[in-house]
Design a protein around this ligand. Structure first.
Ligand code: ADP
Length: 258
């Protein structure tokens, strides 16, 4: 931050929304959106009223992962979230065509995030899950300034290069005073569906060790599973379609800790 930045305004709660949980990652492609969707749907399955906001403005993937590519209704100046899998979702992907390039400048992006917080008719929610873009940029800063975030979870693979960036994300959340629930290791290991042999494709246990080094909690391991990828591409979250799979059980166990 520059020395001339004005003091941050006090984060305001969103009326009717009890808690905001931010899902972040240092690096892209580690499964942050997959984790956001499945945590949100798992919470709804546990009986909570859940919203899911896609703050990954540049690469919105929630419409596809939720199998819900519809235009949201507009009522007056309020945008109605799209309902799918028992949750209320909003994504830039609902508002633009899937193949349209998103070339936005910082202030426009911050405007979009603010609108998603303030102008979407979230109604009464126990939890609003916010899927952040990867990294430590303007959107993270805007969210911390515009809303009171209960806590963040940070998704990483066990690979060193992802862990280095996850550490940066932890430091960023600390700097903007967002509490951290802990780290999740995605693509943690692979079990061959034919012979049961475990292969640690990206390594294994790195996020647990990193959490310990950083003095943060470790929330759980999600296996690398062809099923997770296929169900996600089909728009059917694994926690709904295969809740008894290793990944389904792992997500449910993480939700129990939040
Ligand atoms: P990010 O939001 O971090 O960019 P995504 O959630 O979009 O990452 O995931 C990237 C790709 O990896 C997607 O195709 C997704 O289906 C797949 N994927 C994520 N987690 C897993 C997993 N545990 N097992 C198999 N595929 C996964």
């Amino acid at each position: 931050g520059g020395a001339n930045r004005p003091p941050a305004p006090k984060p305001q709660p969103i009326p009717g929304v009890a808690h905001i949980i931010a899902v972040g990652s240092g690096k892209g492609g580690v499964g942050k959106s997959t984790v956001s969707v499945n945590l949100a749907v798992a919470m709804a399955r546990a009986g909570l009223r859940v919203g899911l906001m896609d703050a990954d403005i540049y690469g919105p993937s929630l419409p596809r992962m939720l199998g819900a590519n519809r235009k949201p209704d507009v009522r007056g100046d309020r945008l109605m979230p799209v309902e799918a899998w028992g949750i209320k979702a909003m994504s830039m992907g609902f508002l633009v065509e899937e193949d349209s390039a998103m070339i936005w400048r910082g202030p426009m992006i911050m405007g979009a995030v603010q609108q998603f917080l303030a102008q979407v008719e979230w109604g009464e929610l126990d939890v609003l899950v916010v899927d952040l873009p990867p990294g430590t940029g303007d959107i993270q800063l805007t969210l911390s300034q515009k809303a009171k975030v209960t806590g963040a979870v940070i998704v990483s693979t066990p690979q060193d290069i992802a862990l280095i960036d996850a550490r940066r994300a932890v430091k960023m959340f600390e700097k903007v005073e967002i509490p951290i629930f802990g780290l999740i290791e995605n693509m943690s290991y692979f079990c061959c569906p034919n012979c049961g042999h475990q292969t640690n494709i990206f390594g294994h246990g790195g996020a647990r060790a990193e959490a310990k080094t950083l003095g943060q909690a470790f929330l759980g391991e999600i296996p690398l599973l062809a099923e997770v990828r296929a169900l996600s591409d089909a728009g059917t979250p694994v926690v709904s379609e295969a809740p008894q799979s290793d990944a389904g059980l792992a997500f449910a166990a993480i939700v129990d800790q939040l």
